[in-house]
Ligand binder design. Structure first.
Ligand SMILES: Cc1ncc(COP(=O)(O)O)c(C=O)c1O
Length: 432
C-alpha cells in the first residue's frame, strides 16, 4: 500500500502549496481544505478521484471519507454522472434560460420531500439558506432568526453569529466583517436544550427557526428524542417558519432526507451537496403558497446567472437516479460497518462513535456530545494526531473533529477493513 506522510514523500503537494499560498489566501479556496486544524503545514493536493479513492499529486492513494464534504454519495467519477455531464456539456454549458432537466429535477425533489411542493435552485447551499431566510422574513413580516449553536448554514453574514454566554443570547459576530446589526438579528441557542429555546422564543418574535435536523457541522450530534418534534411545535405556536437545512442530510440519510427519517415536516427546506452530484447546485423549497412569494411569481427577489445550470442538473439527476431504496439500505449497512469497525478499533480508549445513515463521527470524548459546547470539549489535539496518522496510512479523514465522515456507495467492505485496521493504529498513536 502506498503511504502518504507529512514528510518528504508529499514533495509535490508541498511545492504546489508553496505556490498556492502566494496566490490564494491560505493556499485554498475554502478554509478546512488547508488541514491546519489537524496540525498539518500544507494540504494534500488532489490529482484525481476514482470510486472511494483520492489520488494525490504525489501518486498516493487514499480511502476518501470526505467525498467532497457530501456531494459524492456515489463516489468519485461515477460513470452515470460522468456520462450525463459529458453529454450535457456537448449541448452547451449554460443558457440562462430554462431547460426540461430543471423541471425533472424539481419533480424528483418534490416527490422525495413530502413538505416540498415547489423548488427554486441556486448554485450553493449558502445562497439557498440565505434565500430561505429572506423568504421566511417576507412571509412572517419579522426580522429575527433563531439558529442553534454549532449549526452551519453557509457563510451568510447574519448566520455567522455565535452564542455568547447565557442560555440564549443575541448573536455576536463570529467573523470580522459581519456587522453588529446583522448579527443582532440572529439569536443563537444551544442544540438539544429546550429550556433555552423556550426562553428565547418568549423574548422575541422570530421569522424562522433554522436548524440542521441532523447537525453534522460540529461532528454528528443528532437531536435527542422529542427535541425536533418540540421545535416543530414551538415554531407553529410562535408563528415562526421552521426552516430545516438538509444540505447534508437531504438525499443522504433517507430518500426524503432527515424529515422522512425523523418524521418532522419543515415549512422550508434547504438542500445542497447531493442534489448537484458534485457540481455546484443547491435549492430551497416548501409549500406552493409560501414558494409562490418568490419572483417572478411573487415579490421576493432572488436570482442567479448559473442557477439550474444544465451540467449541475444533469449530475444531480444522474445521482438521484441511483438513489433507490436498495441504495439507501446499502448505505446504511456500510455506515453501520464503518461505525462498528471504528468502535472496535478504539476499544478501551476515550472515543465515542456516532453514526446515522451515510454519516459517522468518531469523537475524542468518552460520551457522545449533545451540543456544541460538548463537541468543543473533545480532545481536538488527539483528533489532529489521529487524522495525521490516518493520512500516513493511506486513509483520508475530514481534517477536523467538527466535520462528519461521509460514506458513499462506492465504499465497500475492503475499504472499511483497510480504514479500521489503520484506525486501530492511529487511535493508539493519537492517545498513546
Ligand atoms: C448544513 C449546511 N448548510 C449549508 C451549507 C453551505 O453550503 P455551500 O458550502 O454549498 O455554500 C453547508 C456546507 O457545508 C452545510 O453543511
Amino acid at each position: 500500500m502506498s503511504r502518504a506522510s507529512t514528510g518528504p514523500d508529499t514533495r509535490r503537494s508541498e511545492v504546489v502549496y508553496a505556490r498556492a499560498a502566494g496566490l490564494m489566501p491560505g493556499g485554498v479556496n475554502s478554509p478546512v481544505r488547508a488541514m491546519r486544524s489537524i496540525g498539518r503545514d500544507h494540504p494534500i493536493f488532489v490529482e484525481r478521484g476514482e470510486g472511494f479513492e483520492l489520488i494525490d499529486v504525489d501518486g498516493h492513494r487514499y480511502v476518501d471519507w470526505v467525498c467532497s464534504w457530501g456531494p459524492l454519495i456515489l463516489g468519485h467519477a461515477h460513470p452515470d454522472v460522468v456520462e450525463a455531464v459529458t453529454d450535457a456539456a456537448e449541448r452547451g454549458t449554460s443558457y440562462g434560460a430554462p431547460t426540461e432537466g430543471e423541471v425533472e429535477l424539481a419533480a424528483e425533489v418534490c416527490d422525495r420531500f413530502a413538505s416540498v411542493e415547489m423548488v427554486r435552485m441556486t448554485s450553493s447551499g449558502t445562497e439557498a439558506a440565505m434565500s430561505a431566510v429572506r423568504l421566511a422574513r417576507a412571509v412572517t413580516e419579522r426580522d429575527a432568526i433563531l439558529k442553534f449553536a454549532g449549526a452551519y448554514h453557509g457563510h451568510v453574514d447574519g448566520l455567522l453569529a455565535e452564542a455568547g454566554s447565557g442560555l440564549a443570547t443575541a448573536g455576536i459576530p463570529a467573523s470580522p466583517g459581519v456587522t453588529t446589526a446583522q448579527a443582532a438579528d440572529t439569536t443563537v441557542v444551544p442544540w438539544n436544550e429546550l429550556d433555552a429555546l423556550e426562553a428565547a422564543l418568549a423574548e422575541r418574535e422570530f421569522a424562522a427557526i433554522l436548524a440542521e435536523p441532523l447537525p453534522a457541522n460540529m461532528g454528528l450530534v443528532p437531536p435527542e428524542p422529542g427535541f425536533l418534534e418540540r421545535v416543530r411545535e414551538l415554531a407553529t405556536e410562535t408563528g415562526a417558519l421552521l426552516v430545516l437545512d438538509e444540505v447534508i442530510s437531504g438525499f443522504r440519510v433517507a430518500r426524503g432526507g432527515a424529515q422522512e427519517l425523523l418524521g418532522v415536516r419543515a415549512d422550508l427546506t434547504v438542500m445542497g451537496k447531493v442534489i448537484g452530484g458534485g457540481l455546484p447546485a443547491a435549492a430551497y423549497g416548501g409549500s406552493r403558497a409560501v414558494m409562490s412569494r418568490i419572483a417572478p411569481a411573487g415579490d421576493v427577489y432572488q436570482a442567479g446567472t448559473l442557477s439550474g445550470n444544465p451540467l449541475a442538473v444533469a449530475a444531480g439527476l444522474a445521482t438521484l437516479g441511483n438513489l433507490d431504496s436498495e441504495a439507501y439500505r446499502r448505505l446504511k449497512s456500510l455506515t453501520d460497518q464503518l461505525a462498528t469497525g471504528l468502535r472496535g478499533a478504539a476499544e478501551g480508549l476515550p472515543v465515542s462513535v456516532v453514526s446515522i445513515n451515510g454519516l459517522v463521527t468518531p469523537f475524542f470524548s468518552e460520551e457522545p456530545p449533545s451540543d456544541f459546547a460538548a463537541a468543543g470539549a473533545c480532545d481536538l489535539d488527539a483528533y489532529g494526531r489521529f487524522a495525521r496518522a490516518l493520512l500516513d496510512r493511506g486513509i483520508y479523514p475530514p481534517a477536523s473533529q467538527f466535520e462528519a465522515w461521509f460514506v458513499s456507495l462506492a465504499h465497500d467492505e475492503a475499504a472499511i477493513e483497510r480504514t479500521c485496521d489503520a484506525a486501530a493504529e492511529a487511535f493508539a498513536e493519537a492517545l498513546g
